[in-house]
Unconditional design. Structure first.
Ligand code: BES
Ligand code: ZN
Length: 861
């Protein structure tokens, strides 16, 4: 709970810990309400500092005993832990504490989920397990002994390799004992323990040097049939990291465990990854193509952390992007290789614009490497992750692929086993390339989305691009220096032939000109190809130019972007003046939709249009006040116009993209299903739902079933299917999450709050489960017109539930507060409504540090 005065931690205050730990021995005597944790730790003075303060973190621990070199020692309670008097020499620490896993609803530390014990220690959860220097720069080798009764916990796992498993008949009743040893020094945040009645889906992998690794995905009995896809994804990830980064796995076993109650998606604990069941369990009947794609990516992500995060970790939590930005970048490369590079790039840009831009353009804006925080859990953000990954991508673009590979080799070689900083990372690139990256480093320090403005000039066969950059003020940063912005540019002639292939312009000044000589006719530039930098682009381009690029651009990203800009312009004109949807856009897109040389997944993305919240953000950027109802109406009108003007091709598009034969989640089949589904959604607007009802009845996989249900709900014809869906899936939690979400997604704006409220009274609304909570409240917050309905009912409902959840699960509550981050975009009436709710939350007698920090940053107080 919140301290009287919230404490702020600063990057500039970093000091090393006074002690070094070589070995840690932990013994767990598991009990649902009274688990004993015994720690034996060898400490020795850290020669890099003279400060010998002996402070160990600890939170909600019941002390049993503490000894130094075998003698009971007095502990002083200090803020966030304990201190003790210890010799200025090596010594042995031995302590015993008691903790209560069953009472742990925050899902941080050791807790119980569905009868099984599990842990989540990143970022600062290990301190809820035992007294320890819970900071990532303290790395040690762990040996873990787990004792429990054989009946409830036949399986007991920890990090590293299992050494021993048997019953200890010297104790009564005789417990099961399992011992794990992790030979690799690691910070406490990578510690994990799992115990319960679990079954394994097993396999093995032989590494490039010929070592055999035992692989297992552990699930509750009944979920065994949902493991095969995850296992294949794991093996693909292991192979890919060997082939592309030369990184080999380093233990004899690798375990993944699925748990139902989990705040995040998944966690990379050394050798024992723990996953939210929604991010690993998959079967054709219960998972959509989107689920399969996400599961493959997240398994890769956590696996890749073994090198970028675990073998090389972070010195302190300000360096979070060192492991997360790099690992997101690596998992994106993996997905691009496994599936389609342009499709993945477009999906990532959509996510960046959908989540990171609003963050960077509002009160929560912070640098990729923040300089202060109150609660580190609040900084696992789109900026640290997604913009952090973009920064790595720009670095690779600037130095080139070969230099990037060489720098990464040096990084792994030089820093293996260390806890590092962004400075270490940059130094590796500077040394291996000879480049001065001091200006590039601003990407880590300056917050906000830079704006790049393009002006064209053509004179005497010289074509010139005048580029300028600027960046608006963000919290704590009033003025900014120019950054290094790689702008990928190609030139086309009037026929659409590429006359200058993609090259990288390095924009380093506030204003710069780049000339291309020898152009007898005026070329058409394609700027910021592949979205080569996370910026907004201001370019005076008319619809005819956009239509030309939509038809001809040789860069698939910019070709998609041209269509996007046309859609944007069309929607803005409807919102502002009630203009009819742009017919040239509809015609241009129509000819692409039926172009069978284009990947169906790519065509599906072409069919999409800017989200309502993106449009609200654009209007706000343009100095206007977005009206959520007008935005909603315009978006629907554009969809109706698509349905009308493509009526003649939609049935064929639907038919041509049916997939025969047994279900496979591969990219090609998934792409066809997504295009057919887009066609179905539009067709249903014309014919009212007969086709969707047929698809629903015949569907033998979740992708087809759910898309049919979507179309029916969209057409107000989904009641029967919705009831049938519930009856069919009432025993499958992950599918029932979809059942909840669907109803909120497809509610009319004025009915969204009521729908969500009604669902919170449903018997299956288990609000303490983060997935279920998000399935209703997260989706409510994402329904732009519904959340911002002028009644204010949705604001109040979300605030009610955040207040209720906060004492139970601060982390999930705090993350969801960001629903309010865009409040300053809207009119005075809505602003007042939101402020009232923010003040109501802030005014709670007790508020977690997590939520208190988020609300005060959002309010700007
Ligand atoms: N290390 C994180 C998990 C984590 C996040 C732990 C926040 C503690 C606090 C993990 O590697 C991660 O980044 N997971 C992401 C998914 C990933 C594919 C980006 C997640 O859980 O959303
Ligand atoms: Zn991660």
């Amino acid at each position: 709970m919140q301290d009287a005065a919230p404490k702020t931690i600063y990057l500039k205050d970093y000091t090393p810990f006074g002690w070094i730990i070589d070995d840690v021995h932990l013994t767990f005597r598991l009990h649902p309400t009274a688990t004993r944790v015994i720690s034996r730790i060898r400490f020795r003075p850290n020669p890099e500092t003279t400060d010998r303060t002996f402070f160990l973190h600890g939170e909600a621990l019941k002390p049993i005993s503490a000894k130094v070199d075998g003698h009971e020692v007095a502990l002083r309670n200090v803020d966030g832990g304990i201190e003790a008097d210890v010799p200025n020499a090596p010594f042995n620490w031995e302590a015993e504490v008691e903790i209560n896993p069953e009472a742990n609803t925050a899902l941080e530390g050791l807790y119980m989920s569905g009868g099984m014990y599990c842990t989540q220690c990143e970022a600062e959860g290990f301190r809820k397990i035992t007294w320890y220097p819970d900071r990532p720069d303290v790395m040690a080798k762990f040996t873990v002994r787990i004792e429990s009764d054989a009946e409830h916990t036949p399986v007991m796992l920890s990090n590293g390799d299992g050494l021993f498993y048997e019953q200890d008949s010297t104790q009564t009743p005789a417990p099961n004992v399992s011992i794990y040893q992790d030979p690799w020094p690691k910070p406490a945040y990578l510690f994990a323990l799992v115990a319960g009645d679990l079954v394994a889906h097993e396999d093995s992998f032989t590494t490039m040097s010929g070592r055999k690794v035992d692989l297992a995905i552990w699930v509750r009995p009944g979920d065994e049939h949902k493991c095969a896809f995850g296992m294949e994804a794991l093996k693909k990830s292991m192979t890919w990291d060997e082939e592309v980064y030369g990184r080999e796995y380093d233990l004899d076993e690798f375990n993944i465990v699925a748990v139902d109650d989990f705040n995040m998606g998944a966690m990379e604990n050394k050798g024992l990854n723990i996953f939210n069941s929604s991010c690993v369990l998959a079967s054709p009947e219960t998972s959509t193509d989107g689920n399969f794609e996400r599961i493959e990516a997240i398994i890769a992500h956590e696996y890749f952390h073994n090198w970028t995060g675990n073998r090389i970790t972070c010195r302190d939590w300000f360096q979070l992007c060192l492991k997360e930005g790099l690992t997101v970048f690596r998992d994106a490369q993996f997905t691009a290789d496994m599936r389609s590079e342009p499709v993945k790039r477009i999906e990532d840009v959509l996510a960046l614009r959908g989540r990171q831009f609003p963050e960077d353009q509002g009160p929560l804006s912070h640098p990729v490497r923040p300089e202060s925080f109150q609660e580190i859990n609040n900084f696992y953000t789109a900026t640290v992750y997604e913009k952090g990954a973009e920064v790595i991508g720009m670095l690779k673009t600037l130095v080139g692929d070969t230099a990037y590979a060489k720098a990464l080799d040096l990084y792994f070689e030089r820093h293996d086993g260390q806890a590092c900083t962004i400075e270490d990372w940059i130094a590796v690139f500077e040394e291996s390339t000879g480049r001065d990256l001091s200006q590039f480093k601003l990407w880590y320090a300056q917050s906000g989305t830079p704006k790049v403005t393009v002006r064209e000039e053509y004179k005497d066969d010289v074509f010139t691009l005048h580029l300028s950059q600027s960046s608006a003020a963000t919290p704590g940063q009033d003025s900014k220096a120019p950054q290094v912005i790689p702008v990928a540019v190609g030139l086309l002639n009037d026929n659409g032939d590429e006359v200058v292939p993609t090259q990288i312009l390095e924009l380093t000044e506030a204003e710069q000109a780049f000339s291309f000589t020898g152009h007898a006719t005026r070329p058409v530039p394609s700027v910021l190809r592949g979205f080569s930098a996370p910026v907004t682009l201001e370019q005076n381009v008319d619809d005819a130019r956009r239509a030309f690029l939509l038809a001809h651009d040789t860069d698939p990203f910019n070709r998609w972007e041209a269509g996007r800009m046309l859609a944007r312009g069309s929607l803005m004109a409807t919102i502002r003046d009630g203009a009819a949807p742009n017919a040239d856009y509809l015609d241009g897109l129509k000819s692409l939709l039926t172009d069978d040389t284009l990947d169906p997944a790519y065509r599906t993305l072409m069919l999409g249009q800017p989200s309502q919240s993106e449009l609200a953000g654009l209007l706000h950027q343009a100095g206007e006040t977005p009206d959520p109802d007008a935005i909603h109406t315009a978006s629907e009108a554009l969809r109706d116009a698509k349905a009308q003007s493509w009526a003649d091709i939609l049935p064929d598009l639907y038919a041509a993209n049916q997939v025969d034969g047994p279900f496979s989640p591969d990219a090609e089949a998934a792409g066809k299903r997504s295009l057919a589904n887009s066609a179905l959604m539009l067709l249903t607007r014309i014919e009212g739902g007969a086709l969707a009802a047929t698809q629903y009845a015949k569907a033998d996989n979740m992708t087809l079933q759910l898309s049919a249900l979507s179309a029916l709900l969209d057409a107000d014809a989904g009641d029967e299917a919705l009831a049938a869906f519930y009856d069919q899936w009432r025993d499958d939690r992950l599918v029932i999450d979809k059942w909840f979400s669907m109803q909120v997604i497809h509610a009319k704006p004025e009915a969204v709050a009521d729908t969500a409220h009604r669902l919170t009274n449903h018997i299956d609304f288990d609000w303490k489960n983060p997935n279920r909570f998000r399935a209703v409240m997260g989706v409510l917050a994402g329904h732009h017109a519904g959340f911002h309905n002028k009644s204010g009912a949705a604001y109040t409902l979300l605030a009610d539930w955040l207040i209720k959840l906060d004492p139970v699960n601060p982390q999930t509550t705090a993350r969801m507060c960001s629903a309010f981050q865009t409040w300053k975009r809207y009119d005075a009436h809505r602003q007042t409504l939101i402020q009232t709710q923010l003040e109501r939350i802030a005014g709670q007698a007790t508020l977690s540090r997590d939520t208190a920090e988020m609300i005060s940053r959002i309010r700007g107080v």
